[in-house]
Write a protein that binds this ligand. Structure first.
Ligand code: AMP
Length: 172
């Protein structure tokens, strides 16, 4: 599977090795396998869905998270960059591997008590995932687990997740 996620050195800036998932998305079998594998993070051992909603982070978390939500039979909630969501939001500012950013969620997108599966493509420093966990908490929901296609182990992003279950299909 890793051959479908090529490294692109020095993108988007010098020193960053960008993991390009677009060849994987373009491969029907690979994409289906990834969606299946990530969806297991939202099921119990009997195969029952144990989350109420899937939350995906802009923008590759949308591409991967939306089909995971359909596979689990749940709805999908986008977490977006600042200024993109039209109604009242919660906002959290966080550090990226490169730069910093603010993420937002519609205040009513996750209802109090709902259990959430977070889905994204790459876990790097963990800042994006940790900010999204906080957005879910601000809505009154709880994060059940985090599922990513790839973890950049050398950045130790899982340390930012405070022991939340992390499903990762590839670790580099
Ligand atoms: P982080 O907040 O540092 O865990 O960064 C995770 C977010 O940034 C994810 O949404 C990724 O899509 C993106 N990202 C960070 N580093 C990389 C990388 N080396 N290759 C591809 N995407 C990355």
């Amino acid at each position: 599977m890793q051959r479908l996620v090529p490294d692109v050195p020095d993108f988007p800036e010098p020193g960053i090795v960008f993991k390009d998932i677009t060849p994987l998305l373009a491969d029907a079998d690979g994409f289906a396998a990834v969606v299946d594998a990530l969806a297991t993070a939202g099921r119990d051992e009997a195969g029952e869905t144990v989350v109420d909603v899937v939350v995906g982070m802009e923008s590759r978390g949308f591409i991967v998270g939306a089909p995971v939500a359909l596979a689990l039979g749940t709805g999908f909630v986008p977490v977006r960059k600042a200024g993109k969501l039209p109604r009242e939001t919660h906002a959290v500012t966080y550090d990226l591997e490169y730069g910093s950013a603010t993420l937002e969620i519609h205040r009513d997108a996750v209802r109090p008590g709902q259990r959430v599966l977070l889905v994204d493509d790459v876990l790097a420093t963990g800042g994006t995932a940790a900010a999204t966990v906080e957005l879910v908490r601000l809505c009154g929901g709880t994060t059940h687990a985090v599922a990513v296609l790839m973890e950049l182990g050398f950045l130790d992003g899982r340390a930012a997740l405070d022991g939340l279950p992390l499903t990762t299909l590839m670790t580099v």
